[in-house]
Design a protein around this ligand. Structure first.
Ligand SMILES: [Zn+2]
Length: 309
């Protein structure tokens, strides 16, 4: 009797987690959740693991993440070892029918080392995983998402296709607008905290000349910080791009020494308040960079106040 009651409770719990006829999805990053919602509409239920204000390379694995994955049919990840912690969650979920989709499969990858060694630092051993920051890669990501959702729910394939097409049409319009803003700034140089921006820079026409981290995943050192200051003084670089979750003390030290500005830019949805979804995140990033670099390109000291002089 007790056992039947327990079984009934388990069934109820399962029914609550798994809504009827809806594809249950878990994503690692909120950006991927945004894309899945765009393609899936009301035919999907999406749970996400990393918040946009957390460093995606280092996530503490919690049992609640395994519970999310336990009732999922699909698991979408960036891949290229960005989510070193994901396998532990997948294994811990004991969900043998889970379909794991590595979205990097069809991406044209940057900074892939020719041999495996420590030269790429702690976290980019298989190339640079931050490819979602080139908005043209969203189409590649979206195609994989549509294929996976359609595999799990073939009856909804046409809906997923038309949802995705509508999103990509909207995104294409936004990309044209962002490119128009960035075009006059082509060739400008920036320094970034972490090597998160090569895909974005390649698209936007910017050059990332140096990182505040000596190597990806390795915290700033006094000697490397001094080198960055020297380089930025010589080349007149005006902007240091830092994700909201990194300690800004080294970038601020560099900014004080060089007169450059620290820009806190999100690499994921929710990284700053303005980044409500992928498109508003990119709106914010493009506008912030354009403002900083345009200002930096104006000769003269107008607008700067020098109290006491
Ligand atoms: Zn990274």
């Amino acid at each position: 009797m007790k056992r039947a009651f327990a079984t009934a409770l388990l069934l109820l719990a399962g029914a609550g987690l798994r809504a009827e006829g809806v594809v249950n999805v878990v994503t690692t990053l909120p950006d991927l959740a945004d894309f899945v919602r765009a393609a899936g509409g009301d035919r999907v239920r999406v749970d996400n693991i990393v918040r946009g204000d957390q460093n995606p390379h280092y996530i503490e694995v919690k049992p609640s993440y395994m519970m999310k994955v336990k009732s999922a049919q699909l698991f979408f990840m960036v891949g290229m070892e960005l989510e070193n912690w994901a396998q532990q969650i997948i294994d811990g979920s004991r969900n043998s029918s889970l379909d794991v989709v590595d979205l990097s499969a069809k991406i044209v990858k940057l900074e892939v080392p020719t041999r495996l060694d420590a030269s790429q630092g702690d976290v980019h051993r298989f190339g640079n995983p931050h490819y979602w920051l080139d908005p043209r890669n969203v189409r590649v990501i979206m195609e994989q998402i549509v294929a996976a959702l359609s595999r799990v729910s073939p009856a909804d394939a046409a809906t997923f296709r038309s949802n995705a097409d509508a999103y990509l049409r909207r995104l294409d319009g936004k990309i044209a607008g962002w490119e128009a803003v960035m075009k006059p700034l082509a060739g400008r140089s920036i320094v970034t905290f972490h090597r998160s921006w090569p895909y974005f820079a390649a698209w936007a026409g910017l050059t990332v000349v140096e990182q505040v981290e000596p190597k990806p995943g390795v915290p700033p050192t006094p000697s490397h910080t001094a080198e960055v200051i020297d380089l930025m003084r010589k080349s007149g670089i005006k902007a240091i791009v830092v994700e909201p979750f990194y300690d800004a003390s080294a970038p601020e030290q560099i900014a004080r020494a060089t007169g450059a500005r620290v820009l806190r830019l999100p690499t994921s949805v929710g990284g700053v308040e303005q980044a409500k979804d992928y498109i508003t995140m990119m709106d914010y990033t493009v506008a912030s960079l354009a403002a900083a670099l345009t200002e930096g390109g104006t000769p003269g000291m107008r607008g700067h106040s020098h109290p006491g002089s």
